[in-house]
Design a protein around this ligand. Structure first.
Ligand code: OOG
Ligand code: NI
Length: 457
C-alpha cells in the first residue's frame, strides 16, 4: 500500500534541497566556501545573542536555519512553467507572490515556489524563485521566432521525471523508492550543461537582445543559477567573504542593519565566467557564459501593507540621495544614507506591532490559564498570558531581486523594457493563481491570535 511507504511532500522537499545543495557545491566550489562561512557566523551569532537564540527556540525555528536556502531558475516557455508547478507541487511547494521584473528592465516575471504551512516551513523552508522569460519584450521579430523555435524543441524534464509526477498526482504521493528516483530525475533539470544548444552566432544575437535571454534560450535546461543560505548576521558574512577569497557585491540589498530585522537583506558574489561550447557544424567551438553566482540572505519580520509601503518609501528616499554605484565607489555614502533614512522605521518589536507595521504569530505563555472569559489582545497581554513573535518574511523583494539580477548581468547599459504588470497572463501560463503573501501572513496572525484567546476563555 502506498500509504504505508509513502514519503511526505515535506520529506521529498528536504531530500531534494539537500541533493541540490550537494550538486551545486560540486559545480560551484565558492558556494561550498560560503556555506562553511555562514555556518561559522551563525554559530557565533547564536552563542553571542541569547535573546535571538531564545526567540528562535520559542518559535521552533532554530532547527531549520542550518538547512535553509533558496534557489533560482529562469524558464523559457509557458509549458515549462506549468510543468514546473506540478513538479514543485510533489514537494509541497506552491507559487506565492508575483514579481514583475520588467520594472527593473529585466524581461521576466516571476513567482516563488515554497511551502506555506507552519509545520512544512519548520520541516524545510526550501524555496525556488522561478522566472519566465517574456518573449514578447524582444523587439526583433526574427530573433524572437528563432528563440521560440529553439525553446520549442527542448525538453527540460526527463521522461521518468514526468512519469513520476503523474504517478504522484494519481496516487496522492510517492513511495520512498519512487521519491528517491524523483529527486534524482528532477535534479537533472537543474544541472549545468556546458554544451549549448545554439551556435555562437545565435548566442551573440540573443545576448545583444538581453544577457538573460541568452541564458534562458541557449542551454538544454534551466540550470540553477544560485543557491542562497540564510545567515543570522549578514554584515559579518559580507565582511568575512574576502578572507575566504570571495568578492561580494558592493552593498547589501534591502534595509540597513537593525536591532529588529525587517523583510530581507541580501548580498551576492559576482557570477562566474564559465567555459562553454557552442554548436558549429557537426562539432563545437569554445566560448564563455556568465550566469551562476552565490548569494546569502538574512530574513526579518514580514511587513503588513502599511509597513511595506513605509519600507518602499524609505528605500526610494534613500535612492534619491545616493544610488549605489556598481563599482562600489560610493558604498559608504549609500549605507550612511540608508541608515539615516530608515531611522523613520521603528526599531523595536513593540512599536512595530502597535503601529501595525509587521505581522506577529501569537502563542500562550507559561502563565496562561483558562477561565479568563473573552479577552481583548491588550487584556491578555496585560495579564502576561500571550506573547507575539515576529513572523519571518518567507518571500522576496522585487527591488532586491532586481539588484541581484543587475549585479550579475554586468555593469553595461541595460535595455529599456516597458513595465506592464501582467500577473493574469503569468497565472494563465502557470495554470494556477499565485498566493497573495500579505493575505497569507495576515491569516497566520489572525489564526494564532484566535487560538490563544479561545484557549483562555
Ligand atoms: C533571480 C534573482 C532573484 C532573489 O534572491 O531575490 C533572487 C535570478 O537571478 O534568476 O533570487
Ligand atoms: Ni536569490
Amino acid at each position: 500500500m502506498l500509504q504505508r511507504t509513502a514519503l511526505t511532500s515535506d520529506a521529498i522537499r528536504a531530500r531534494f534541497s539537500a541533493a541540490m545543495s550537494a550538486m551545486y557545491r560540486e559545480e560551484v566550489p565558492a558556494y561550498g566556501a560560503l556555506l562553511d562561512l555562514v555556518a561559522e557566523v551563525n554559530a557565533e551569532t547564536l552563542a553571542e545573542r541569547a535573546d535571538l537564540r531564545e526567540r528562535l527556540v520559542a518559535t521552533d525555528e532554530l532547527a531549520r536555519i542550518s538547512d535553509e536556502r533558496h534557489g533560482a531558475i529562469r524558464l523559457g516557455t509557458a509549458a515549462e512553467l506549468a510543468m514546473m508547478r506540478r513538479v514543485f507541487a510533489v514537494m509541497g511547494m506552491v507559487p506565492v507572490g508575483y514579481y514583475d521584473l520588467t520594472e527593473a528592465n529585466v524581461p521576466v516575471h516571476s513567482t516563488a515556489f515554497r511551502p506555506v504551512g507552519a509545520e512544512s516551513l519548520r520541516r524545510n523552508p526550501f524555496r525556488v524563485f522561478t522566472s519566465l522569460l517574456r518573449m514578447e519584450l524582444i523587439a526583433d521579430e526574427g530573433l524572437r521566432a528563432e528563440a521560440e523555435a529553439v525553446l520549442g524543441r527542448r525538453q527540460i524534464f526527463t521522461p521518468a521525471a514526468v512519469a513520476l509526477v503523474e504517478r504522484a498526482e494519481a496516487e496522492g504521493g510517492l513511495s520512498e523508492a519512487d521519491a528517491d528516483r524523483f529527486v534524482a530525475e528532477v535534479l537533472e533539470t537543474f544541472r549545468w550543461h556546458d554544451k549549448a544548444i545554439v551556435t555562437a552566432e545565435l548566442y551573440e544575437k540573443l545576448h545583444d537582445a538581453h544577457r538573460l535571454v541568452a541564458d534562458v534560450v541557449s542551454f538544454r535546461g534551466p540550470h540553477i543559477n544560485h543557491l542562497t543560505p540564510r545567515t543570522l548576521d549578514i554584515d559579518k558574512v559580507q565582511a568575512r567573504m574576502p578572507l575566504r577569497g570571495i568578492a561580494p557585491k558592493a552593498v547589501v540589498e534591502g534595509p540597513p542593519t537593525r536591532a529588529c530585522p525587517i523583510l530581507l537583506r541580501q548580498t551576492s558574489f559576482k557570477a562566474l565566467d564559465e567555459a562553454v561550447a557552442f554548436r558549429h557544424g557537426g562539432g563545437w567551438v569554445p566560448g564563455q557564459h556568465t550566469a551562476r553566482f552565490g548569494e546569502i540572505e538574512q530574513r526579518g519580520i514580514a511587513l503588513t501593507p502599511k509597513g511595506r509601503a513605509l519600507y518602499d518609501h524609505l528605500l526610494t528616499e534613500t535612492r534619491k540621495i545616493v544610488r549605489p554605484a556598481a563599482d562600489g565607489s560610493n558604498a559608504a555614502d549609500y549605507t550612511d544614507a540608508l541608515e539615516r533614512t530608515f531611522a523613520a522605521f521603528p526599531d523595536d518589536w513593540e512599536a512595530i506591532r502597535v503601529q501595525g507595521l509587521g505581522y506577529f504569530a501569537w502563542s500562550l505563555t507559561d502563565a496562561a490559564q483558562p477561565g479568563q472569559g473573552e479577552l481583548t489582545v491588550d487584556e491578555a497581554l496585560a495579564r502576561g498570558m500571550i506573547r507575539p513573535d515576529p513572523v519571518v518574511y518567507e518571500d522576496f523583494l522585487p527591488v532586491s531581486a532586481a539588484g541581484i539580477f543587475q549585479s550579475n548581468l554586468g555593469d553595461g547599459a541595460q535595455q529599456e523594457f516597458a513595465a506592464s504588470p501582467n500577473q493574469r497572463r503569468f497565472e494563465a501560463d502557470l495554470g494556477a493563481e499565485v498566493l497573495n503573501e500579505f493575505h497569507h501572513y495576515a491569516g497566520i496572525e489572525a489564526a494564532t491570535l484566535r487560538a490563544c484567546l479561545n484557549a483562555l476563555i
